[in-house]
Design a protein around this ligand. Structure first.
Ligand code: IVH
Length: 683
C-alpha cells in the first residue's frame, strides 16, 4: 500500500472505531464482535507504531494520558452552571406549572399550553464539555457553578464521550457523569470478596474517580456520560428537544428516556408514569427534570438568583424509612472483624421488608450515638444493603439504653483487639468457631470452590461437631465420618445418607474441577478478590508453581502483574509466610488439591501455542522481552516450574538440582539458543 493509502486507511480506522465505541457505549447496540473490534484496534495501533507523527488526538489509543497530572487547573465559565429548584410532591409541581403559565401570560397564544421536556435526573456528577471545530478540547466539573476544575484528561478516558463530533462545530454541552448500577454493584461485590470496605454509593465513587490525578486509574473506572443541555442552545435550534436531537446527530450521548408533554395533565401524567419506570433505569436517578422546550419561552421566564424559572427537579420519594432499633447483634466475619448489625422493627423500604441494617463499625455507633429503643432512619445504599443513617434524638423517651461495645468475642470469648490504623474490632483467635465456619462457607461458596451443599447451616454444623476445623479437613470427609454406624462418634444433625453422599461427591467434584483462581478466592486472602485471583493464577499457572516459588519470587511475580501491584503482593506474601496458612496450603496439597489455571484463550496461534514456558537464570536480554516473545508465539509465560510446565528456558547459572527437578517433572529444558529455535515458525 502507498503511504497515502495507508494514511487514508488510518483515518478511516479512527472514524470507524469511534463509531463502534458510540454504538457500544451509547446505543448499547454494537454491530461488531469484541474480536472484530480488537482486530481493527490492533491494525490502527500497528499503523501508529510505524507512523508516530500521524497520531491524532482523537485516536482511540490516545484516550488515556500516560502520566499523572499534578493538579486540576481552574476553569472560569461565562455562563454559570446553576442548580435546579426542587419539587417534592405533585402539589409543588403544580405550583411550578402555575408560575410558568403566569410568567408566559400574554406571550403565548390564548389556550396554548406550555410544552415541557421531561428527562430523568441522573444522580451523578455535573460536567461541561467544550468542542472546538468538532474536537473535544475541555471538560470541567461544575465546581461552585462559575469556577470549575479542568478534568479533561480524566474525561477523555470515558469511552461514551466522543473525542470528535460528526460535524466540525464549536459548542459547549452539559451533562452528567455516572456509573451504572450494575457496574457499581460489581465493584462492591469484588471489594466484599476481597474483604475491603464498600463504596457508599455510585455518586461518591464517580466524584472520587473524576478527581484522580492519574488518568490511567480513572480509565479503570466504568464511568459513562449523558448530555442534557446545549449551552446557548438558542443560537443553534429554537427548541430544547431539537437541540437534543441535534446533539444525538453529532454523536453525543443523550438520554433515550425523554418525553415531550404539553399542559398540566400531560406533565402530571409523565411524572406519574415514572413511578414504575425508575427501577428499570440502568443508573441511579433521584428524580425527573421538567424543562420548558422553547428557548424563547425560557428567555422570557429567566432566572431567580439561584435557579432557572423554566425548569424544576421533581424528586422521587426517597428510599428512606423510619423504624425502631430493637437491638444490636454482633457479627464475626471470616477474618475476625467484629461488627455491629442493627436489629429493627420490620419496615418497608422500596419494596422489601427490612429487619436488619448495617451500622458499619463501632465508631459509627459512637458517632450516631444510637441507643437501643431509638427511632432511626434507614436508607438503602446503592439499592443494596440497608443502613442506619440517622437517629431521631428528638423522639427519645428516656427509656433508651446505650449500645455496649463488646470487649470479648461472643463466639469464643477471646479478648477483642483493635489493630493500628483500623476501625474494626477483631477477634484474633484463629480457632474461633464463628470465624471457622464463615471461612469454610466462604471457601465453599459459588464464586470460590463451589462445593454443592456446603452452605451456612452445614458449615456451622461441621465446625460445631469438630468434624472440620479448616478448609483442608473438608477433603477428609467421608460418608462414614458424616454418619457413622457407631453412635458415639460425632455426627451431623439430621443428615441423611443420600445428602452425605451428595456432599462427598460435591467435594470430590470441586477438587477435580476447581481452577487455581477459585482456590485463591476461597482462601480469603485480604485484598485478593476475583480479579486479582485470576491474574495471580494466570501468572503462576498452577497452585503447585505458586507454592514452589520462593517468597521473593512470588512477591516479584505478583508485583509485576499489570493492575495488581504491591499492596496485593504484600498481602499474599504475609498470608503465605504465616505458619498456620503455610500448613493449610501444604495440607490442601497432601489431600490432592492441586488445581491449575486454564489458559484463558490460546492467545495466538504460533509455534508455542498451548505451551507453558518458564524462564530462569541469567539471560542475555531482559526477562520481559523474552516473555513478550513467548506470548507472541502463543505460549503462556509462567513464573515457576511445576508439573504442568512444558518448557524451562535455563539461563547461564542455573543449578543442576533445578534442572534435574525439571527433567523429572517431564519438562523440556532448553537454553536461550534452544528457545530461539522454538520461536521460529515451525520450530
Ligand atoms: S438541567 C439550569 N437536566 O441536577 C439547568 N440537570 O440540581 C441545568 N442533573 O446541576 C441542569 N440530570 O448536575 C439538568 N436531565 C438533567 C439532569 C440534571 C441531572 C443534575 C445537574 C444539575 C443538578 C441540578
Amino acid at each position: 500500500m502507498s503511504d497515502d493509502a495507508v494514511r487514508n486507511r488510518y483515518q478511516t480506522l479512527v472514524r470507524e472505531l469511534a463509531e463502534h465505541d458510540r454504538r457500544y457505549y451509547v446505543e448499547m447496540a454494537p454491530t461488531v464482535s469484541d474480536a472484530q473490534y480488537d482486530l481493527l484496534y490492533r491494525e490502527l495501533r500497528d499503523i501508529e507504531a510505524a507512523h508516530l507523527d500521524w497520531i491524532t488526538a482523537d485516536s482511540p489509543t490516545q484516550r488515556v494520558a500516560p502520566a499523572p497530572i499534578s493538579s486540576f487547573p481552574k476553569v472560569v465559565r461565562a455562563v454559570p452552571m446553576l442548580s435546579l429548584d426542587n419539587a417534592y410532591s405533585e402539589g409543588e409541581l403544580a405550583a411550578f406549572y402555575d408560575r410558568v403559565v403566569k410568567g408566559l401570560h400574554g406571550e403565548t397564544i390564548e389556550g396554548d399550553d406550555p410544552t415541557f421536556v421531561v428527562e430523568p435526573k441522573i444522580d451523578g456528577i455535573g460536567i461541561e464539555l467544550q468542542y472546538e471545530r468538532g474536537r473535544f478540547v475541555l471538560g470541567a466539573t461544575r465546581g461552585d457553578g462559575r469556577v470549575g476544575e479542568d478534568i479533561t484528561a480524566n474525561l477523555r478516558t470515558l469511552r461514551s464521550l466522543p473525542l470528535s463530533l460528526r460535524e466540525p462545530v464549536t459548542i459547549a454541552v452539559r451533562g452528567e457523569v455516572f456509573m451504572q448500577k450494575e457496574d457499581f454493584a460489581a465493584i462492591n461485590r469484588e471489594r466484599a470478596l476481597a474483604g475491603e470496605e464498600l463504596w457508599k454509593n455510585a455518586r461518591n465513587f464517580t466524584g472520587g474517580s473524576l478527581k484522580l490525578l492519574d488518568p490511567r486509574e480513572c480509565a479503570k473506572r466504568p464511568l459513562r456520560v449523558i448530555l442534557y443541555e446545549l449551552v446557548g442552545g438558542e443560537s443553534h435550534r429554537p427548541l430544547h428537544s431539537a437541540s437534543l436531537a441535534w446533539m444525538r446527530e453529532l454523536g453525543l450521548p443523550t438520554s433515550s428516556m425523554v418525553s415531550l408533554v404539553s399542559g398540566w395533565q400531560a406533565l402530571a401524567g409523565a411524572v406519574a408514569a415514572w413511578a414504575d419506570r425508575k427501577a428499570s433505569l440502568p443508573y441511579e436517578a433521584d428524580g425527573l427534570v421538567a424543562k420548558i422546550d422553547s428557548f424563547a419561552h425560557r428567555r422570557l421566564l429567566g432566572f431567580t438568583a439561584k435557579f432557572p424559572r423554566w425548569a424544576i427537579a421533581y424528586k422521587f420519594p426517597a428510599l428512606r424509612s423510619q423504624t425502631r432499633l430493637v437491638g444490636v447483634e454482633i457479627n464475626i466475619g471470616r477474618t475476625g472483624a467484629v461488627t455491629p448489625v442493627a436489629m429493627l422493627d420490620p419496615v418497608e423500604l422500596s419494596g422489601t421488608t427490612v429487619k436488619r441494617a448495617s451500622l458499619f463499625n463501632w465508631d459509627e455507633v459512637a458517632r450516631l450515638d444510637v441507643r437501643i429503643g431509638d427511632q432511626v432512619i434507614v436508607e438503602k445504599a446503592g439499592e443494596i444493603i440497608p443502613q442506619v443513617v440517622e437517629v431521631l434524638t428528638a423522639l427519645r423517651t428516656g427509656a433508651e439504653t446505650p449500645v455496649a461495645v463488646p470487649d470479648r468475642c461472643p463466639s469464643c470469648g477471646s479478648e477483642l483487639l483493635r489493630r493500628e490504623g483500623e476501625v474494626a474490632l477483631r477477634c484474633a483467635n484463629r480457632a474461633c468457631p464463628d470465624q471457622r465456619w464463615k471461612a469454610l462457607q466462604f471457601f465453599a461458596h459459588r464464586g470460590a470452590m463451589n462445593i454443592d451443599g456446603l452452605g451456612e447451616v452445614l458449615a456451622q454444623e461441621l465446625v460445631r461437631k469438630g468434624l472440620v476445623e479448616d478448609a483442608a479437613d473438608i477433603f477428609d470427609l467421608t460418608v462414614d465420618r458424616l454418619i457413622p454406624a457407631d453412635d458415639a462418634a460425632p455426627r451431623v444433625e439430621r443428615m441423611a445418607k443420600k445428602s452425605a453422599e451428595n456432599l462427598v461427591a460435591g467435594i470430590t467434584r470441586a477438587k477435580q474441577t476447581a481452577t487455581f483462581s477459585r482456590l485463591l478466592i476461597g482462601l480469603g486472602i485480604p485484598h485478593v478478590g476475583a480479579v486479582a485471583a485470576r491474574a495471580i493464577a494466570a501468572r503462576f499457572g498452577s497452585f503447585e508453581s505458586f507454592c514452589a516459588a520462593s517468597a521473593d519470587e512470588r512477591r516479584a511475580a505478583i508485583t509485576a502483574i499489570d493492575g495488581v501491584g504491591p499492596v496485593i503482593a504484600e498481602a499474599v506474601a504475609l498470608y503465605v509466610e504465616n505458619p498456620d496458612n503455610a500448613r493449610l496450603l501444604a495440607r490442601l496439597r497432601e489431600r490432592g488439591v492441586s488445581p491449575v489455571e486454564p489458559v484463558a484463550r490460546p492467545a495466538r496461534d504460533g509455534p508455542l501455542s498451548g505451551k507453558r514456558v518458564c524462564v530462569t537464570g541469567k539471560l542475555s536480554r531482559p526477562r520481559s522481552d523474552i516473555q513478550k516473545d513467548i506470548e507472541a508465539a502463543g505460549g503462556q509465560f509462567v513464573t515457576a516450574v511445576g508439573k504442568t510446565t512444558d518448557i524451562l528456558v535455563a539461563g547461564a547459572d542455573v543449578g543442576k538440582s533445578k534442572l534435574d527437578a525439571a527433567r523429572k517433572l517431564g519438562t523440556t529444558v532448553v537454553d536461550e539458543d534452544g528457545l530461539a529455535k522454538l520461536l521460529q515458525p515451525g520450530g
